[in-house]
Design a protein around this ligand. Structure first.
Ligand code: NAP
Length: 292
């Protein structure tokens, strides 16, 4: 069994980006810019946003955090987004979700210019992904593909089974791995909560992607011998022995499943660190394609 080290790969990607940015700077060019918009004071969102800003600064991006009170009106938020759509110093706009109830998330996502949609959530990006055009891929599933690629794990003709059909993980993961391209071209099955006997599907997987948000749901008898298991799940479970009172766990019962796998991602340290790395890659992509 080989443990897929997402922390190491994410660091490698950040180093690659940092080197590219120093070359741009040496040529007198501006740095790529990312604005992160945070509304309200959700503690988890604050941590994510801080990590994103730190990663941007480390690679040499211009990074701005727009922190707004949860009372901001939808109109004001849309105007703010529009101002960054027009601002040539920024290549990426990210609005941290979830948003307060009085703000329509769909309107906000659609207000971001598709040319700066580095989260890949805009319907234009999702549609382009669907028909196989080059576009901004949703960062977490793109990170999954990148892990497979960097570990040289063959996907062509393999049966990929994804548990979860969210718009940010399950569905884009399916679309990315379905493409007729290298490190894709897989036969993809997507499962969700209506599956009556989920093991019927998961035991067929050459590559199993768990993205359900259900702690340690995937047990050893649900996995084929020699499968590649990618655990996207990030769940907090109570743990009295941990000083924080909780520990992070994936959707896969790691200790039981790992011995059956050819490759497996741990939680934490697997898919998690890849999301920010791919966000940086999307921002750099926007800069290169549309930024000059
Ligand atoms: P989500 O929006 O809640 O979607 C969960 C999906 O799993 C749904 O499609 C749901 O089916 C399906 N599901 C839930 N329980 C199931 C069951 N027992 N059997 C079959 N399908 C089941 O979650 P998400 O946003 O995609 O996130 C999934 C997990 O990934 C979470 O743990 C989240 O924290 C983690 N995540 C991690 C990262 C990262 O590492 N950077 C990023 C994003 C998400 P229905 O559609 O039928 O309800």
């Amino acid at each position: 069994m080989i443990l897929i080290d997402g922390k190491k790969i994410a660091k490698e990607i950040r180093e690659e980006i940092k080197n590219e940015i120093s070359n741009f700077k040496a040529e007198g060019k501006r740095s790529p810019g990312l604005v992160v918009i945070l509304v309200g004071d959700n503690p988890a969102s604050e941590v994510y946003v801080r990590n994103k800003a730190k990663a941007c600064e480390e690679v040499g991006f211009l990074s701005v955090l727009e922190k707004h009170d949860s009372s901001i009106s939808e109109v004001k938020l849309l105007e703010l987004i529009e101002s960054y759509n027009k601002n040539k110093n920024f290549d990426g706009i990210l609005v941290q979700l979830p948003l307060p109830k009085h703000i329509d998330e769909r309107k906000v996502i659609e207000a971001i210019s598709p040319l700066k949609d580095v989260d890949g959530f805009h319907p234009v990006s999702a549609g382009n992904l669907m028909i196989g055009n080059d576009t901004f891929f949703s960062c977490t599933p793109w990170g999954v593909q990148e892990l497979l690629a960097r570990y040289n794990i063959e996907t062509e003709g393999k049966h990929v089974v994804i548990v979860g059909r969210s718009n940010i993980v399950g569905k884009p993961a399916a679309m990315i791995l379905l493409q007729k391209k290298k490190f894709a071209n897989a036969i993809v099955t997507v499962c969700h909560s209506a599956a009556k006997n989920i093991s019927e599907y998961t035991t067929q997987a050459d590559i199993l992607i768990a993205a359900m948000g259900s702690p340690e749901f995937i047990k050893a008898d649900m996995v084929k011998e020699g499968a590649v298991v990618i655990d996207v799940g990030t769940n907090r479970v109570e743990d009295a022995e941990n000083p924080k009172g909780y520990r992070l766990t994936g959707d896969v019962l790691f200790n039981e499943v790992a011995p059956k796998c050819s490759y497996i991602t741990p939680v934490p340290g697997g898919v998690g660190p890849m999301t920010i790395a791919m966000l940086l890659k999307n921002t750099l992509k926007s800069y290169k394609l549309y930024g000059n």
